[in-house]
Design a protein. Structure first.
Length: 284
């Protein structure tokens, strides 16, 4: 038995002129991984390649040590997926979609469907076309969870949700993690959500993994430094990641072990996940 819900080794793929290059990371069972990167960095392409919706040109993807190829039906029965736009026909009603989809999953739970529809205040008798963008996203979450998946893959699941609805989805994800064998891969631009629930953070840019580490390890490694113009030196500049000039001086990430953080004219603060993503991108 492996403790890896997903293990990706040297994964390569291409779509048009975009390439995934030697992607390596793994997601442990019972954990939540936040997946970050700017628009066009490869998050959705990687998710679709993992799910065999885009053919890989090299490497391996293992789900609980089982490859998708040749066992796709068995593997996908254990996965729940939410994309950034609804995959179901908008001219249908949720009840109709439930009746169409449930026969494909032995573990589909109609009572769970009703429970989540009520929780998100969704009317199952209305066509999806009458739902707002946020309501459609919530319905996508409902459908992804009704067959009790062991692995949940979410691509921007809180896009278009108001803060109250977003908080409800976050609470639901944390409830799901009471099952210590369940795992979540959560791609989002709303990095504050990841600060609340993620155990690990993986950043992708231009189809390559920049880092994949524990969230606390990342946040404890760096400081956000503010340096007065008069204090700045070439030595300090060389130690900063993603240096930016402001009207007050300079900003950038620095490692906690740097001695200049105690200098007069230098102020440091704990960075957010968003800070780290922005400054890591700016260093290119």
């Amino acid at each position: 038995m492996t403790n890896k819900a997903v293990e990706i080794k040297n994964l390569n793929a291409s779509i048009g002129n975009f390439f995934l290059s030697d992607v390596d990371f793994s997601l442990e069972k019972g954990t939540i991984m936040g997946f970050i990167g700017k628009n066009g960095s490869g998050k959705t392409t990687l998710i679709k390649t993992i799910l065999n919706m885009i053919p890989k040109t090299g490497g391996k993807v293992l789900f609980d040590n089982t490859p998708m190829y040749g066992k796709e039906e068995m593997v996908k029965a254990k996965i729940g997926v939410v994309f950034d736009s609804l995959i179901y026909p908008l001219n249908l009603k949720p009840i109709k979609i439930r009746n169409m989809i449930s026969p494909f999953y032995q573990s589909f739970d109609s009572r769970r469907f009703d429970e989540l529809m009520n929780r998100f205040e969704l009317d199952g008798s209305q066509k999806l076309s009458s739902y707002s963008k946020g309501m459609q996203m919530k319905f996508g979450v409902v459908m992804a969870l009704c067959h009790n998946p062991e692995l949940i893959i979410l691509d921007e699941p809180t896009a278009g949700l108001d803060p109250i609805a977003r908080a409800d989805v976050m609470d639901l994800l944390l409830e799901l993690m009471q099952n210590e064998q369940r795992s979540i891969l959560f791609s989002t631009h709303i990095t504050s959500d990841l600060e609340k629930i993620a155990d690990y953070i993986t950043m992708i840019d231009d189809g390559r993994i920049i880092f994949s580490k524990g969230k606390d390890e990342i946040l404890d490694t760096y400081l956000l430094a503010h340096i007065d113009k008069e204090t700045m030196t070439d030595t300090i500049k060389s130690e900063l990641i993603g240096l930016k000039e402001t009207i007050f001086g300079y900003e950038g990430l620095c490692r906690k072990n740097l001695k200049f953080q105690n200098l007069s004219g230098v102020k440091t603060a704990r960075p957010s996940v968003e800070d780290i993503m922005l400054y890591m991108d700016a260093k290119k």
